[in-house]
Each structure stands twice: as C-alpha cells, then as structure tokens.
Design a protein around this ligand. Sequence first.
Ligand code: GRF
Length: 205
Amino acid sequence: MTTGRKRTAILISGRGSNMRALIERARDPSYPAEIVLVLSNRPEAAGLAFAKESNIACAVVDHKIYAGREEFERAMQVLLELHRIELICLAGFMRMLTPWFVAQWPGRLLNIHPALLPAYRGLHTHARALADRAKIHGCTVHFVSPGMDEGPIIAQAEIPVLDSDTPESLAARVLAQEHILYPAALARVAEGLVSVTENCQANGA
Ligand code: GRF
C-alpha cells in the first residue's frame, strides 16, 4: 500500500540530534514524510544507534575507502535509489557534495545550517556571531546548491543573542530551534508547498 508520504533519507556524520528530531516528528502517520533510511559517511557516527533503535534502515558509506568524491557519491546514490528515496535531509553531514550529486536531486536535497544565511556560511557560526556582537542569530533550512551553505532558503528561525551568551550557550539555544524548524520545513517541502523555481529561488517559502 502506498501512503503518499515522501520517502526520505537523512545523511549524517555525527551526533544526529536533528536526525532524531526528524525521526520523532515523522512517527506521526499524518506527517507527510517518512524517514526510511539513515546514511552516514562515518561508521562511528553516534546518531546511527538511535536510527537502529527506531528500526530505520541504516547504511554507512565510508568516504575514506573511495578513490574520490564522485566514487563516494555514486555509492551513496546507488543506496538512495535502492531505497526509492524521494527527499534527502542533510543533518550535520560534513562532506561537500559535488555538482554531479546535487544535480541528481533538484529541489529534493535539504540542509540545515546554524546561522541566518546568507550570514555566517561555513563553520564556527556561533563564535563568529558573538565576535561581531550580532543581536540576532538563528538557523536556516535551505535547498542545497553546489556552493557551500548556498541555495534557496526554505525557512529560518531567529533568536536574540544575550549579553551573557558564550558560543556554547548560543549553540544550545539555536539547536533547540533547529529541532523545531527542520521538521516543519521538511513537511512543507514534502507537501509540495515549497519548491525551487527555474531561477533558483524557493517558491512558497
Ligand atoms: C547542526 O548545528 C546543524 O545545523 C549543522 O550541524 C549540526 C549538526 O548537529 N549543519 P546534529 O548532528 O544534528 O546534532
């Protein structure tokens, strides 16, 4: 029986707290996406244990054993096709993806970033926001394009930066928002309410 829920894979490299938030939200049968595969590029990724406990198919494609980036991605692509994946959520997946891979998933490849893009692409976003004395910080869910932390924005959540914040306290408050934002953004994409236009804008965001 087909339920019409979008078959979704989550790609992780580590802790997997966003993965967990997505899995927990998608347990509701009325949620429009179903998490059917968790794929890690690191065998030791902590998030794999929770995915296994949740009876979700888990796979490891260890990037270190492939000759190059594209061979690694082709191995992932085979698994994604075998599991008839329709949407992919990157959740702390720490590999840059090639234009080839990104082109396989137009409007179907999402990422979460711990900053209000286009501000603070890359790493150490919380420390950089504090160094700039930013008053507002937050997180972004966006469609993936070949550039790092680029691509049409689907949704953002803002939080105030407190005078007392450290990078750790700010990270914790942003992470709590990520866990709300990502399931909400995935639902909108899975329902077809947000899509990518030909000029690479998010339509309906
Ligand atoms: C999150 O802050 C996410 O925004 C970033 O990497 C971190 C992953 O954390 N892309 P987790 O593995 O989901 O706990």
